[in-house]
Write a protein that binds this ligand. Sequence first.
Ligand code: PLP
Length: 229
Amino acid sequence: MNRAEELAANLAAVEARVRAACVAAGRTRSEVTVVAVSKTRPATDVVLLRDLGVHDFGENRDGEAASKAAEVDRVRWHFVGAVQTNKARRVATYADVVHSVDRQALVDALGRGAVRAGRAVDVLVQVSLDGDPRRGGVLAADVPQLTDAVAATDGLRLAGVMAVAPLGQNPADAFGRLTEVHDGVQRRHPGATTLSAGMSADLEAAVAAGANCLRVGTALFGSRTPVTR
Ligand SMILES: *Cc1c(COP(=O)(O)O)cnc(C)c1O
């Protein structure tokens, strides 16, 4: 198999999983967006998947993301990793959606960057489901304050919330808590409709919990780490 065939087979397998998860949850496939997380993968892979019909791509490092965004057009770029405040201005020049906003300084910097670039950037507030701030995200109790801040910032649009399932916890429980946080956000901000949860290993649990944005890397592109560890 050449790379295009490999990616097509992976995409078909992911698509089958997402469809089955939607059927099991009584949801329609069209309400769920799959973001192909292309970090560490060459731009040629992004072009191949784009030409197979994938529209959304995710990156987690500014340098790599900026160069791919310059190289590949006609896709929507999602920034899914931790954003250093001093990189925020540049991220705002190419990212369509930033999934990982977890502090006021980052809100301010992204807003300034977006305004300067004449762009509107969609923002998801990252929620910490394990209470460990080293892994990114704000505690559920601090979500209202930060979502209000995003909504009030020029250049940014509050689009919803995002989380990564904590290691070693049942993802269904974790995503259930995220859904409750999202419900609270949507009561204050009805336009914040995006619930970004679920990766290669736990996308079924995320769809069952109501996620409408999945971030899928290894299931589409293959393992990022060598087979021998
Ligand atoms: C890498 C990454 C993903 C994709 O993870 P896979 O397990 O490869 O599907 C999703 N979300 C975030 C925040 C990531 O950093």
